[in-house]
Design a protein around this ligand. Structure first.
Ligand code: PMV
Length: 335
C-alpha cells in the first residue's frame, strides 16, 4: 500500500480491440480534441488487440513508455504522455510506466491508435482505483487521445456521433456483437509506416473542396447502412461499405498535399473482389488510412474469402476477426 494514495493500486491493465469503420471518420473540425466532421460507424475487431499496463509510480520523474518492446522517445511517446496528462488532470499528477503490446503490426492502417488509446485510457483511469466513469465519459476521454479510439471503448458495431461540443461527441453501441456474424479478413500487404499520419490527414481534409458534398451524402449513407444492418442485408450493406471507402480515398488522394495510401496490391484486391462477387462470393472491400484491404463478409463466406485472399497474396499476414468485445480490464499485468 502506498501511504499517500491509500488503497489505490496505481496499476491496471486493459485490453482493447482495433476497429474497422464502415462509415469513415476522415476530417476534423478546427481546434483540439479530434472532433470529427461527420458521424461514423465501425466494427470492433476480436483478433487485432492492444494490451496496455499503466503503472503510476511516485518515484518516477518522467513517464517511461514501452511500445511493442521498444522505448520510443519521439512523437509516439509524446502523444502517450499528453494523453496521460489529461487523465492525471482529473486525478493525481503522478508519472507512469506504460507497457503496451499489439497483436498486429503498428502503423499499417490496422488502426493501432484506436485500440492503443482505448486501452491506455481505461488502464490509466482504473489505476487510480476510484472506479471507472460511465462509458460515455470514457469514450470522450479516449477520443481526445485518438479520434477512432472512442469507438474501441465498445464492442460489436459502434456509432460515433459528430458534435461541436467536446462532451457531446462520443461513441455508443449501435448493434451488439452477436447481431450479425460478419468477418473482417484483413490482408497486410504492406507494413511500412504511413507517409502522412492520420492526425495530419484529418487536418488536411478540413479544407477539401469535396467535403461539403461528402458531409451531405453521409447524412443519408449512415442511416442507409444501419437499415441494411438491421435487415442483415449484405448486398446493400456491402455496396455502401465499399462505396464509402472509395469515396474517402478519393478525398485523400486528391487533397493538398495528397494522402496516397494505396499500393499496387491494394488495387489488385479491388479488382479481385469484383470478380469474386461475380462468382457468388459475398464480400466488400474497405480500407483505413493505409494500403491493407479489409475484406468484409458474412461468416458463411469467410473461409472462401480467406482462401482466395491467400492465393492472391501468398505469404502475406492475414488477420481474421469477428465482432469483438469492448475494453476489458485484465488481472495480469505487463509490468
Ligand atoms: O483515429 P485516427 O486518427 O487513427 O483516424 C482513423 C481514420 C480512418 O481509419 C481512416 C477511418 C476510421 O473511421 O477509422
Amino acid at each position: 500500500m502506498n501511504e499517500a494514495f491509500g488503497d489505490a493500486p496505481l496499476r491496471a491493465t486493459a485490453r482493447a480491440g482495433a476497429n474497422i469503420a464502415f462509415i469513415k471518420y476522415w476530417g476534423t473540425l478546427a481546434g483540439e480534441g479530434n472532433l470529427p466532421l461527420n458521424s461514423s460507424l465501425s466494427m470492433t475487431l476480436s483478433d487485432a488487440v492492444t494490451v496496455t499496463t499503466v503503472a503510476f509510480d511516485p518515484d518516477l520523474r518522467v513517464d517511461e513508455i514501452y511500445l511493442d518492446g521498444e522505448r520510443p522517445l519521439d512523437h509516439r511517446a509524446e502523444r502517450v504522455t499528453r494523453h496521460l496528462d489529461r487523465v492525471r488532470a482529473e486525478y493525481y499528477p503522478l508519472h507512469a510506466r506504460v507497457v503496451s503490446v499489439n497483436s498486429f503490426p503498428a502503423g499499417t492502417g490496422m488502426a493501432s491508435s484506436a485500440s492503443g488509446f482505448a486501452a491506455l485510457t481505461v488502464a490509466a483511469v482504473a489505476a487510480f482505483g476510484e472506479g471507472l466513469p460511465d462509458p460515455r465519459t470514457l469514450s470522450v476521454w479516449a477520443r481526445r487521445g485518438s479520434g477512432s479510439a472512442c469507438r474501441s471503448i465498445h464492442g460489436g458495431f459502434v456509432e460515433w456521433h459528430a458534435a461541436e461540443a467536446d462532451e457531446d461527441s462520443y461513441a455508443e453501441v449501435a448493434f451488439e456483437a452477436d447481431w450479425w456474424d460478419l468477418r473482417d479478413v484483413a490482408v497486410i500487404v504492406s507494413a511500412d509506416a504511413k507517409a502522412i499520419s492520420s492526425a495530419r490527414g484529418h487536418r488536411i481534409a478540413q479544407a477539401h473542396p469535396f467535403m461539403p458534398t461528402r458531409r451531405e451524402l453521409l447524412q443519408r449513407r449512415l442511416p442507409a447502412l444501419k437499415a441494411a444492418m438491421l435487415q442483415r442485408d449484405f448486398e446493400t450493406f456491402g455496396a455502401l461499405v465499399e462505396q464509402e471507402s472509395l469515396e474517402m480515398h478519393a478525398v485523400m488522394i486528391s487533397s493538398t498535399p495528397s494522402c496516397l495510401y494505396l499500393v499496387p496490391e491494394t488495387i489488385s484486391f479491388l479488382h479481385a473482389v469484383r470478380r469474386w462477387r461475380e462468382d457468388g462470393v459475398q464480400v466488400a472491400l474497405t480500407l483505413d488510412a493505409g494500403p491493407n484491404p479489409h475484406l468484409i463478409c458474412p461468416a458463411e463466406h469467410a473461409d472462401e474469402v480467406q482462401r482466395r485472399a491467400e492465393a492472391l497474396a501468398p505469404g502475406r499476414t492475414v488477420v481474421h476477426s469477428r465482432p469483438g468485445p469492448g475494453v476489458t480490464l485484465l488481472e495480469e499485468h505487463l509490468v
